[in-house]
Ligand binder design. Structure first.
Ligand code: ZN
Length: 1047
């Protein structure tokens, strides 16, 4: 080993110049990470394959400016030099450097790190007078040459650089390494990779523009990092995440200081930042540092009803008193993501220049500022939605600069809009790659999958001993869970079993499938489609606990006292099952009710055998019901909440299309199954927490903040009810009592409000929380986790692995493999929580998209389906918030417009705009005009007309106008509302397909499979989930419903 000295003149990303002298050790052996290595390099981990046409060494400048291109998975054989990595760290900061590190770690990307500066023969010291850039380029070149010889010339090596002098200089050396520009590289080696070419074009354009930037200052400079840190420490500055107001994006933002120790209690509601100058180039989501303004300049939040408002968590924002107000003095961390923008239609004569044009593109998300894009395609991109990234926002520039990444399509088209929703929620669901699919077991008619004899020996075989069955919504295809119950010891004992799909048997930790599942974290359900977490061969076949076939399962089995139902012992382990019956809810309930019902599995049998089997099955269902009632009663005493229930279910035809959504009969068997799953989740939580007290993945539901209940409590009082929110038990009991016998909708609305006020349930690692913080408020359980749906939730996969490790330890096996530590598990939990929120948001927005597409086709003035009954659930200053049950729509209805006119109702209730005044009371709002006084009261029904407000650059929204302050009566008998809604999705899809067909000359019709990215043949039953969304915390009931739809 040779010791030398390395002197660096670095410019930190904050702009400071520093001289660093480092001791530097050189070695002869530095891993090359190529499978072609002839020198025993000790290549541990990811290596480059040998069957490529070339390896490529990007120069420092290329990695700094064009990392996005190198991130494209199709590009193979990339060798990142240590020189390039350090270059990125110094010129672009930690965030970009982390991106590069993640890329290197990710086995799905074919790239490695070569520590060239530690390799004795590839290291080159800097020469006197040599610029840093030239030296770095020389280092990368020297590394490429070394690499080429190290592999004995078996692989072509290409170096790419944007330094034209270097291209000329090194090309003449004939060292065996090709030195070319990025553009030449892409044209020669990847001529078909359109995405890379487009990205190159837009980034190089943006870089050129940057050089020609003006110098006039639009914003105050940000303070250096040291000053910010010192200021935060001394309490002069406050750190937090910038949250831009959705409804007043230009003027209003606040800093959320949550999770930071703020002694100043004034700041618990955050700090207000008003106007663009005070926001000082911070973008929604950035971590910023603010300085408070003098108290005389403090302001209050705007409280008038804004467009599209009505579902904010904080509910009533009547509080407009001045709050701490500040200005941004620096930014600690940019949290920029990919943004969808729309290129606005261009007005007036176009500049004739063929050079690039700078366009101010409008982001789809209201909270993001306009982004300046340089492009030569301004003409072609008009009215199109495009994915862009922000590059920089200098103090001399009124708007941030960015570049385009790819074009999604014309605004307003179904596919464009759905892709927009995915990108805006950071949901990345490409088709499963060939490499992932190669990891999957095969099950085809030629090569049917069979149970492995080695597994039979290891597993508890229940195929002969246990009557196992599943109960799911009709048409369910991916059966996560099955049940069994039997009597033991001559009837003194009961054995209850919950058997869950053994997904982790097929998905090895760290495999490509596992990484992809983790990245997705959940199956995504949109209005007309879904994106599975796992490939179909698992989710719909080998992991699905279908009837009559052998399947691997993870089981929990309790031995209970038959009388008291006290648990004697619990057994956890891997099993082999064969489900006898795939029941659906209605069938199971019919059997329980003693009604005549045909069980398909028994259809072929003789009557005697049939009766015997039927009796056995019915007996099992009855026992299950008995046990579940007991369990439910136990939780009820603890204060479990029954919130807004799911009340429709989908009916499918053979092609698995939704034919109808039928109002759900509240069947007891739903609760029975849900209760058993809750029980299993609870006992698995106990087991893994006991074995791994500092690193078990659990799910908690924090008690709600009392202030969020104010809207619920106030509305209830106005309606003549009392809601007690002090404990979950009090809340559950008072919600049960708050029933208006004339209008069941009132109770439903109160439950919706209660749900909205709730916190979200969250995954967490036990290492971080004290025992009392593990509590699940909604379910009234001291510990809870997710174990019962591993096919569509990654959390359950983690829990299955933990449970397996716990079982192995019980057997005295010790830990076969190290399990994730607390910190790592906490990161996983955080990631899954984020993805779950994204999934919920995407689902909600896609529902709204379909509602808008449905009404867009109709003339609100003449079409009767645009007129509907609505219930007032909240009173605001200039209007009311209503719920339209027929379409599941919530939104504001104004009684006063911008021109100052008010809604006046005539004798028959019909409304018109007149000049007048408005007055708000706690339980009603009145308008007074020359026609007299009109009243709109809480929980009263009114009639609204629904139309679409098109905004072009953003999502369309629904507009609700009151047409009468009396309930709406249809002339024809009303259809079941749910049916109306399923038609809504079908009709919109049909229209979109027709539109696509019209363009078929250019493009073939979209098949359903294509729409779903070949991932799933099943349309999604969004309507059901839309209701479920409001129940996000009611873990299990939801599970069962969702299963239907995932089917
Ligand atoms: Zn080697």
């Amino acid at each position: 080993m040779i010791k030398t000295e390395k002197i660096l003149h670095l410019k930190s990303c904050r702009g400071r110049k520093v001289r660093v002298v480092r001791e530097h050790y050189l070695r002869q052996q530095v891993p090359c990470y190529s499978s072609l290595c002839q020198a025993d390099c000790g290549n541990d981990g990811k290596v480059l394959p040998g069957d490529l046409t070339h390896y490529v060494f990007p120069d420092v400048g290329v990695v700094v400016d064009y990392l996005e291109i190198l991130e494209i998975r199709e590009l193979q054989g990339i060798v990142f030099t240590q020189t390039a990595c350090q270059g990125v760290q110094h010129s672009k900061g930690r965030r970009q450097h982390n991106r590069l590190r993640n890329l290197l770690k990710d086995p799905r990307h074919d790239c490695v790190l070569f520590a060239n500066e530690f390799q004795e023969y590839s290291y080159c010291p800097r020469e006197k007078g040599e610029s840093q850039e030239k030296w770095q380029t020389r280092c990368v070149y020297s590394a490429a040459v070394w690499y080429f010889h190290h592999l004995a010339g078996m692989m072509d090596v290409v170096m790419i650089t944007e330094d034209q002098d270097a291209v000329a200089q090194y090309s003449s050396l004939n060292s065996g390494v090709y030195v070319i520009s990025v553009q030449d590289f892409l044209q020669n080696f990847w001529p078909e990779l359109q995405a890379a070419h487009e990205l190159y074009g837009s980034i190089s354009q943006a870089l050129q523009e940057k050089e020609s930037e003006g110098t006039e200052r639009e914003y105050t400079e940000h303070l250096p990092a040291e000053v910010l840190e010192a200021g935060i420490k001394s309490g002069r500055y406050i750190q937090g995440t910038l949250n831009v107001s959705k409804h007043r994006a230009h003027s209003e933002a606040s800093i959320m200081t949550e999770g930071l120790s703020n002694k100043n209690t004034d700041l618990s509601w955050g700090v207000l930042v008003c106007g663009g100058k005070n926001r000082n180039r911070a973008v929604h989501g950035d971590v910023v540092v603010v300085e408070l303004l003098p108290k005389s300049e403090w302001r209050g939040k705007d409280t008038a009803l804004a467009e599209g408002q009505g579902e904010d968590k904080s509910g009533e924002e009547s509080d407009s008193k001045p709050m701490p107000t500040g200005r941004v003095v620096g930014i600690l961390q940019r949290n920029w993501r990919d943004y969808v923008v729309t290129f606005p239609p261009r007005e007036g004569p176009q500049p004739q220049s063929r050079n690039s044009q700078r366009i101010l593109a409008v982001p789809w998300d209201h909270r993001i500022p306009k982004i300046r894009i340089s492009t030569q395609q301004a003409e072609a991109l008009q009215d199109h939605r495009v994915v862009v990234r922000i590059d920089s926002w200098e103090s001399t520039s009124l708007y941030p600069n960015g570049h385009s990444v790819r074009v999604l399509g014309r605004a307003g088209e179904l596919e464009t809009e759905v892709q927009t929703i995915l990108i805006e929620n950071c949901i990345h669901v490409p088709p499963f790659s060939d490499a992932q699919l190669r990891e999957m077991p095969v099950n085809s008619p030629e090569k049917p999958w069979r149970v492995d004899p080695a597994q039979v020996a290891e597993r508890h075989d229940l195929r002969e001993s246990h009557l196992v069955f599943s109960i799911d919504p009709q048409g369910c295809e991916d059966v996560d869970d099955t049940l069994s119950v039997r009597s033991l010891a001559g009837g003194k004992l009961l054995e209850l079993g919950v058997h869950i799909a053994d997904v982790t048997h097929f998905v090895t930790e760290g495999s490509l499938t596992d990484l992809e599942a983790r990245a997705r974290a959940t199956t995504y359900y949109l209005a007309d489609r879904r994106y599975d977490m796992l490939p179909a061969v698992l989710s719909a076949d080998l992991c699905s606990l279908l009837g009559g076939v052998d399947r691997y399962a993870m089981s929990v089995m309790w031995e209970l006292d038959a009388q008291t139902l006290v648990v004697n012992k619990v057994w956890y382990g891997r099993t082999l099952i064969r489900s006898s019956y795939q029941l659906h809810y209605e069938l199971a309930q019919a059997l329980l009710n003693g009604e005549q019902a045909e069980v398909p599995e028994l259809a072929e049998l003789g009557s005697e055998e049939k009766d015997a089997k039927l009796a056995q099955l019915t007996q099992a269902l009855e026992t299950l019901t008995h046990v579940a009632r007991h369990l439910r009663a136990q939780r009820d005493r603890g204060g479990a909440l029954e919130l807004e229930g799911v009340e429709v279910r989908a009916q499918l035809d053979e092609e698995r299309n939704i034919t109808a959504l039928i109002p759900r009969q509240p069947l007891e068997v739903h609760e029975t199954v849900a209760e058993c799953m809750i029980y299993a989740n609870h006992w698995v939580a106990r087991k893994i927490q006991e074995t791994f007290p500092h690193q078990a993945l659990l799910r908690r539901h924090p008690p709600p903040r009392q202030e969020f209940f104010s809207q619920l409590v106030d509305s209830a009082v106005a309606g003549g009810f009392t809601i007690d929110t002090r404990t979950n038990k009090a809340l559950a009991d008072s919600l049960d009592r708050a029933v208006d016998p004339r209008d069941p909708l009132v109770n439903r609305l109160l439950r919706i409000m209660a749900t909205t006020a709730m916190s979200q349930a969250l995954y967490f690692s036990t290492g971080l929380q004290s025992q009392d913080q593990c509590y699940h408020y909604g379910l009234a359980l001291d510990r809870y986790t997710h174990f019962t749906s591993p096919i569509r939730r990654y959390a359950d996969i983690v829990v299955h692995r933990l449970l397996t490790a716990a079982i192995d330890m019980d057997r005295g096996g010790g830990l076969g493999k190290a399990i994730a530590g607390n910190k790592e598990l906490e990161e996983t939990a955080h990631h899954i929580n984020n993805k779950n929120r994204a999934a919920q948001r995407a689902q909600k927005i896609s529902t709204e998209l379909f509602q808008c597409l449905y009404f867009k086709e109709r003339d609100p003035q003449s079409d009767q389906s645009c007129v509907a009954d609505a219930v007032v659930y909240s009173i605001r200053d200039n209007g009311v918030l209503v719920f339209v049950p027929e379409y599941g729509v919530k939104g504001p209805v104004y009684v006063k417009n911008r021109e100052g006119q008010v809604v006046a109702a005539g004798q028959d209730g019909s409304c018109e705009w007149q000049s007048g005044s408005v007055r708000r009371y706690s339980d009603h709002i009145t308008t007074t005009s020359s026609c007299g006084t009109s009243t709109f009261s809480l929980f009263h029904h009114i009639t609204v007309r629904i139309s679409v407000r098109s905004t072009h650059c953003h999502a369309d929204t629904l507009n609700l106008e009151v047409t009468s302050n009396k309930p709406h009566h249809r002339t024809e008998p009303p259809q079941p509302r749910s049916q109306g809604r399923s038609q809504l999705v079908q009709e919109v899809v049909r229209l979109a397909e027709e539109a696509a067909q019209e363009k078929a000359a250019r493009r073939p019709k979209l098949s359903r499979e294509e729409r779903e990215f070949s991932q799933s043949k099943t349309p999604n039953l969004y309507s059901l989930l839309e209701e479920v969304r409001e129940l996000a915390l009611l873990d299990l009931q939801v599970d069962k419903q969702v299963c239907a739809t995932t089917a």
